[in-house]
Design a protein around this ligand. Structure first.
Ligand code: AHG
Ligand code: MN
Ligand code: MN
Length: 341
């Protein structure tokens, strides 16, 4: 069986000009993921469940695991030397590595160290999301925020780790999506899901329906469409909502389905963050043959203006996302202006 390290190395050989920097960066992320995985598996015993007592820039309670995982990923990337800066959910400002070694790094990373962290205490799958960009400022200088404020189209590699009934790392370098399952007995990830493709259509819709009354009209109508009895199109669909983006999207990637986190009248841009949640997941899902949009425009074409910027997210099976977009277009024109779309 092929290990993740072998697979990443093989990919590097396919690019004749490759220097190995991306390979090393991906390997560093993998090592941090293993450490975080170990802690998550024993969280209940090691007293690292629960709140940390601090809040992050979004005003959300930080969990102990958010802080722990954030530190580990930052340390792994800091010492690797390939990464010049990190945008993390847990840090208000960009983390810029000051030493000359890191300044030589060609890449910058956006990450959500623990996605779904409010679910830790109830033993529901949680995840890590990352994306890697080539910096736009010259190597050797200090990195800056413009290195991160790039469209998702510019992503060099993106991935997620899902700490579920097994731990799976899924990643893409823009040439197909592959998934690796962690074998804790040998401490290695093995290729278990080669060339992942999301079904063009599915029968699952994932949305926090409790917010229904606040949804834009297009989303309300799409939900009603999902609930109609129509054998030919396998409706009514099923609802599945874990409340952890990585888990909801991973399930839909394997089974087919759509995940929606819309904007609403109070928060027109929704909840999820463009740089370290929506864009990496969009890059992965597009690579697997699916689609991701804000209801009107593709996520990967949105120009970021801030590292913690939020966007509405419609992601999953291509035909399902297109159907939801039809409803948005037909019924939510005013709302689209509200979103600045
Ligand atoms: P995080 O734990 O990184 O803050 O992300 C939580 C996100 C995401 O994982 C999930 O899809 C969403 O919050 C759920 O939000 P609701 O509880 O509003 O449905
Ligand atoms: Mn998250
Ligand atoms: Mn998080």
């Amino acid at each position: 069986m092929k290990t993740l390290v072998e697979f990443i190395n093989d990919k590097q050989i396919e690019y004749p000009g490759a220097t190995g920097d991306l390979t090393r960066l991906l390997n560093d992320i993998t090592i941090a993921a293993k450490i975080v995985n170990r802690e998550i598996r024993i969280a209940g015993l090691a007293d690292i469940n629960g709140r940390h007592g601090s809040t992050n820039i979004q005003g959300e309670d930080q969990q102990k695991m958010d802080v722990f995982a954030n530190d580990h990923f930052i340390n792994a990337l800091k010492h690797g030397g390939q990464c010049a800066a990190i945008a993390s959910e847990e840090n208000e400002d960009l983390i810029i590595f000051g030493n000359a070694y890191s300044q030589q790094g060609k890449y910058v990373v956006a990450m959500d160290p623990v996605d779904g962290s409010s679910n830790i205490e109830v033993n529901v799958p949680i995840g890590t999301i990352f994306s890697i960009y080539k910096r736009v400022t010259p190597e050797g200088s200090s990195a800056s925020v413009e290195d991160l404020l790039q469209k998702g189209r510019n992503i060099v590699a993106a991935g997620y780790v899902i700490y579920g009934s097994s731990t799976i790392l899924v990643y893409t370098t823009g040439n197909g999506v592959n998934g690796f399952t962690y074998d804790p007995s040998v401490g290695l990830f093995f290729l278990s899901h080669p060339d992942m493709r999301i079904p063009e259509e599915g029968t699952i819709y994932s949305i926090n329906e409790a917010n229904y009354i606040y949804f834009p009209e297009g989303v309300k109508r799409y939900i009603k469409y999902c609930q109609v009895d129509d054998k030919a199109t396998h409706r009514p669909y099923n609802t599945r909502y874990i409340g952890s983006l990585v888990s909801d999207v991973h399930r839909n990637l394997v089974r087919g389905g759509i995940f929606i986190y819309p904007g609403n009248a109070k928060n027109p841009t929704g909840k999820l963050r463009l740089l370290y949640e929506c864009a990496p997941m969009a890059f992965i899902i597009e690579q697997a043959g699916g689609k991701a949009s804000n209801g009107f425009h593709q996520i990967l074409d949105i120009e970021p203006y801030g590292i913690h910027q939020r966007v509405p997210l419609f992601i999953g099976s291509k035909k399902m996302v297109e159907k939801a977009e039809e409803f948005m277009f037909e019924f939510s024109r005013d709302f689209s202006r509200l979103q600045g779309a």
